[in-house]
Design a protein. Sequence first.
Lengths: 139, 192
Amino acid sequence: MKKTIAIIGATEPSGKAAMMQLASYPGIRFLLLSPDTTALTSLTQTLHASFPGAEIEPMTCTRDASWEADIILLTVPEKEEETVAQLIKEVVTGKIVIHINETGTPSDVLQKALPHSIIETLKPGELTGLSLTQSNMRG
Amino acid sequence: MFEVLLGNINKKVSLTEKEQELVKTFFIPKKLRRKQFLLQEGEVCQYTAFVEKGLLRSYNVDEKGHEHVLQFAVEDWWIADLYSFLTGEPSGYNIDALEDTELLLINGSSYEAMMEAVPKMERYFRILTQNSLVATQRRLSGNISLSAEENYKQLIAGNTGILQRVPQHMIASFLGIAPETLSRVRRQMTGK
């Protein structure tokens, strides 16, 4: 099964940086989410131009995208994490939710809101070393 | 999201509210769009899947590029390549969605953990295995000894709604006959 990653907060600086690092991974499908639809359209166009052939799709429904996804990358501002977690909690059981923040501090809010997901915290630069091959991905 | 699965389980074993809540935590909710794959030939089948909504098929492709449909799975059915799931060997099958589909997936370690946490699930899966064995024997027996028309009648008698949702060439492939043969059988049956 081709792996799908949903990036919630794709137009945030850390979301854009994550996409620039991940878009060239082969065999991965990306679903991008942001409330700023203009910025999302622009980001999608930029990514398609920079990474021709990459499967990148903007979406409007965070819950549906997380339902389709195998991995959820959360790059929204910290104060929005709880709201997003409540929105997606029913559809991310058993899935990896990667939370990116500057300090790499684990999020108690996410761990509490998503008790049946696998929460991983990364600093922005650590995404580069992330292995996304089938054998290395749980969920 | 779990209504169909819990309904299916409770028809075979009776779970308490607490057990139902616990069972839910072992399943991964997954949406597939039409034409997306749950499994592709050469991959290890990591999940067994319950269909909450939608329709999938499992099939293999022979050396000439012909597809052979092994199974269709509609709502309330399970689908996987059990051999690959249980042994960890690469699968020889493909499983794809024929409609937009909502699945509940369970992997090997969660499967074992669930049976330990909710022992009634062991009985549930034993009943499923028995039913599956009977269905497989019937299908094998039908392929060996029945005519195309009789096999088609058996499929109709199953009353799963598959015939209305699947293209005729896939039904023919499932029955192991040419699409032209299926057309002839259907004509003959409507003429009777």
